[in-house]
Design a protein around this ligand. Structure first.
Ligand code: GUN
Length: 284
């Protein structure tokens, strides 16, 4: 089994983005990412610190706005409107999840699509649906999957791809982006009958559920490519994905580790989107 080293590939991406930021700086454009964080959810704080670190590496400016957990939908929308109007801001990211009194669709809808570096707005998702040509700001985790497959020269076209998980952030957009690249895509989820009968057919198996040990070796085809997008904390505080890494590793040709797989790739793609947005806002 070969490891798909997200840490290494993300470093390469960040290094090349650093050069792009330097080139933009020469043209007096200073790419800037703004992040809205509500509360102090441990996972959100950890994800955000990784994003901030990547900004430091690439030279992208970072500004964070913290809110208490009793914040309202209206307060967040007002802040987003300010950031939409601010010409020094190129990316707006609202860290999810939000507390239950906040209506997430209205918050996302308030983000100017040109600054929607998470690729969560209906506008960007709708464009992404059309073809690769219109994947302008695509969701970062699915984009990370495409980038890591590209890096290791793993072909997508014509492959049997099975995506497990149908969230709006990962499973659904990932299925569409792989379909855009001419894979035969099956999307499985919590209501799928006999999950193993699907996963066993996969040349490329992508799992984004959030359930440790969901995918055992018996559920994986010999020589498959396995992309583990789950991030779970065990009772001992260890980070693990959704696959039985040891056992699946003996059967698969390629596997992404957790940590060090899709997490860093997601962050690198967020940086890629921020620079893309900065260029588009200034040159088009
Ligand atoms: N929460 C978990 N993943 C994500 C992500 O990709 N973007 C945002 N904004 N929040 C998240």
């Amino acid at each position: 089994m070969q490891l798909l080293d997200g840490r290494k590939v993300s470093k390469e991406i960040l290094h090349s983005l650093q050069k792009e930021v330097a080139a933009l700086e020469k043209k007096h454009i200073h790419p800037k990412l703004t992040v809205i964080l509500v509360g102090k959810d441990a996972s959100s704080v950890s994800y955000i610190s990784q994003k901030q670190k990547a900004c430091l590496t690439t030279g992208i400016q970072w500004e964070q706005f913290d809110y208490e957990t009793d914040v309202t939908t209206e307060i967040l929308i007002e802040k987003i409107k300010d950031l939409n109007a601010d010409e020094t801001v190129h990316g707006i990211l609202v860290q999810l999840p939000l507390p239950k009194q906040v209506y997430v669709p209205d918050v996302i809808r308030a983000i100017e699509p040109k600054k929607d570096v998470d690729g969560f707005t209906a506008y960007n998702l709708g464009k992404m649906f059309l073809s690769t040509e219109f994947e302008y700001l695509a969701p970062c985790t699915p984009l990370g999957v495409v980038r890591i497959l590209e890096h290791y020269k793993i072909a997508i076209e014509g492959k049997e791809v099975v995506v497990v998980g149908h969230s709006n952030i990962v499973g659904k957009p990932l299925s569409v982006m792989l379909l855009n690249r001419n894979a035969t895509v099956t999307t499985c989820h919590v209501y799928t009958k006999d999950l193993a009968s699907h996963t066993r057919r996969a040349d490329i198996l992508c799992v984004a559920v959030g359930k440790p040990g969901l995918i055992s070796a018996e559920m994986v085809k010999e020589g498959a490519v396995v992309i583990d997008i789950g991030i779970n904390k065990t009772n001992e505080g260890k980070l693990v994905g959704d696959i039985d890494f040891e056992a699946v590793g003996k059967k698969a040709a390629y596997v992404t580790p957790v940590p060090g797989g899709m997490g860093p790739m997601t962050v690198a793609c967020l940086m890629e989107n921020t620079i893309k947005a900065a260029k588009r806002l200034n040159f088009q």
